[in-house]
Ligand binder design. Structure first.
Ligand code: F6P
Length: 546
């Protein structure tokens, strides 16, 4: 099935040509109701998409596109646990992990809800023990530091949320995250922790990931340098995985393993036991509030008509910008310091899911898919990269994310922060015409530099404005993006839940490592790689020798 030959796709394409002269600034002048028409208020969240380059007709055509892709049916298949991740032959059921209803959810004829509940209960009991000081380290001291070792989906979500929920931190527990294979990451953490009071959570769906296994082994060796008794590992290492066999092989008692399942994708796993370090850091009740926020969005996604369905609208606007206006990237700009790691999290979610070039049927596609997702806290970005957003010829759609109220009460900050976010969105939309700049000129110099001060504007943005940043609202936010990515995958006719593109590099890294540590020159690789390896070998040996 080639989606670009479908009627709905062609209609949007034709419409995009007709929209070439459209400017959002003018659309607001022509329609005083525009903000109201293109914003949705849902449970403490204002989603405003009025600054997108869209009209009523654009949205109607995009909704048609969604219908033509059979989205409703795919949505049901997702929630019902069908094996829609066909290349890995798996269901995709992260939504089951936060399902607060009493309804069963079946995989292979078996209700998975009791298993989910049992792991949640195990997490809760464990967290209680740690928080109450009943889980003791090898010298009898209670645990006060958690070090999570994991990477990708086994790191980014819990880490981002732990930072984002700083006002909710349990004061006596500190949670750190180690992900990078570079020894600098673990080494820096190790200098700050006490083996007697530290608990390592080794988080890996597969329990084979090179980075995580290397860091976990190094952590275990470091720990064993402080105790003679190997059985003390049980008091300081727990595992979060789907792979009990490898966990046992590593030396962690499987009683200290928090299980999850192959129907949870890595980048969608924070709702599972992968959330354990987060729940240890903020408390199980706040972790549950996060799950509830996501469940509310699942319900919204399942039941709202497309015209009022936030993730569907987010997805369609993303497709409009990517495929019909030619935008190659999407910038995520949190105007909330605590959300500084959100762009990294959304980067994996969007790019690992939809960075594909064959469709569900394995056919090469001729249209653009996942945008490059990037970003940083908006206020800092203003003084770094916003120049390009305002005045270059590259179109960069933006998602602004902020909250009305802050978890901190420093006077004067919050209103100024909001003013900056609103000002940037406005400047990017309205721009500044030559006429306006000329009118303001007071001197000959001012008149000479008019062209440098003109802004085209018309830069499309979404605004996500929360009343408060809470576990519940963050659960909503993440679920919105998850479903957005899902909808886009359906319209692009992709499998959003595999990630074969990361395999080749992993395999080659192992091959290169084998050759790097061998004394012989194998000359197996291309000459560029050989050149690099030889340079590394020579310099590395020199260092060891010196
Ligand atoms: O949890 P694991 O199995 O260690 O995998 C970590 C990450 O590695 C990836 O497989 C990509 O390399 C991600 O999809 C995943 O989140």
């Amino acid at each position: 099935m080639c989606i670009t030959t479908n009627t709905a796709w062609k209609n949007v394409q034709q419409h995009a040509l007709e929209m070439s002269e459209f400017h959002v600034r003018d659309a607001f002048v022509e329609d005083s109701e525009r903000f109201k028409k293109y914003s949705i208020h849902l449970d403490g969240l204002l989603f405003d998409y009025s600054k997108q380059r869209i009209t009523k007709e654009t949205m109607e055509l995009l909704f048609e596109l969604a219908k033509e892709s059979d989205l409703e049916n795919w949505r049901d298949r997702l929630f019902n646990g069908e094996r829609i991740n066909h290349t890995e032959d798996r269901s995709v059921l992260h939504t089951a992990l936060r399902d607060m209803s009493d309804d069963p959810i079946y995989v292979d004829g078996k209700d998975i809800k009791p298993g989910i509940d049992s792991v949640l209960k195990k997490m809760e009991a464990f967290i209680d023990k740690v928080h109450n000081g009943d889980w003791l380290g090898f010298t009898g001291k209670p645990i006060d530091t958690i070090v999570n070792i994991g990477i990708g989906g086994s790191d980014l979500g819990p880490k981002m949320l732990y930072e984002a929920l700083k006002p909710y931190h349990i004061p006596k527990i500190k949670v750190c995250f180690v992900s990078n294979l570079d020894g600098a990451d673990l080494a820096n953490q190790i200098t700050q922790i006490d083996p007697e009071t530290t608990l390592f959570t080794i988080a890996s769906k597969t329990f084979t990931t090179l980075e995580t296994m290397q860091n976990a082994n190094t952590a275990r060796n470091w720990f064993l340098r402080h105790t003679e008794n190997e059985s003390d590992i049980a008091k300081h290492f727990v595992a979060i995985s789907t792979n009990a066999e490898s966990v046992a092989e590593f030396g962690i008692d499987t009683n200290n393993m928090f299980e999850f399942w192959d129907w949870v994708g890595g980048r969608y796993s924070l709702w599972s036991a992968i959330g354990l370090p987060l729940a240890l850091g903020i408390g199980m009740h706040h972790f549950n509030a996060l799950r509830e926020g996501a469940f509310d969005i699942d319900t919204h996604f399942k039941t709202s008509p497309f015209e009022r369905n936030i993730p569907v609208i987010m997805a369609l606007i993303g497709i409009w910008n990517r495929n019909f206006l030619g935008a190659e990237t999407l910038a995520i700009l949190p105007y909330d310091h605590l959300l500084k790691d959100l762009p990294d999290f959304l980067q994996q979610l969007g790019m690992e899911s939809n960075g594909k070039s064959v469709d569900r049927d394995g056919e090469e596609i001729d249209y653009a898919t996942g945008a490059v997702v990037w970003g940083a806290t908006g206020n800092n970005g203003q003084h770094a990269f916003f120049q390009l957003l305002h005045q270059s010829k590259t179109l960069v759609p933006l998602d602004f994310i902020g909250s009305v109220n802050s978890g901190y009460s420093l006077e004067g900050h919050q209103q100024k922060l909001f003013s900056n976010m609103a000002a940037q969105a406005k400047a990017l939309m309205c721009g500044k015409t030559e006429e306006e700049v000329t009118k303001e000129a007071k001197s000959q110099h001012d008149r000479d530099i008019v062209p440098y001060r003109v802004f085209d504007g018309n830069v499309p943005s979404n605004m996500f404005l929360f009343d408060h940043l809470t576990p519940h609202s963050l659960g909503m936010l993440i679920a919105l993006y998850e479903h957005k990515v899902f909808v886009q995958g359906i319209i692009w006719n992709l499998n959003s839940f595999d990630q074969w593109g990361v395999e080749l590099g992993k395999k080659l890294a192992n091959e290169i490592l084998d050759d790097l540590i061998s004394d012989e020159n194998t000359n197996k690789h291309d000459s560029s790689t050989e050149g690099l390896m030889n340079y590394f070998k020579a310099s590395f040996m020199d260092k060891l020798a010196s």
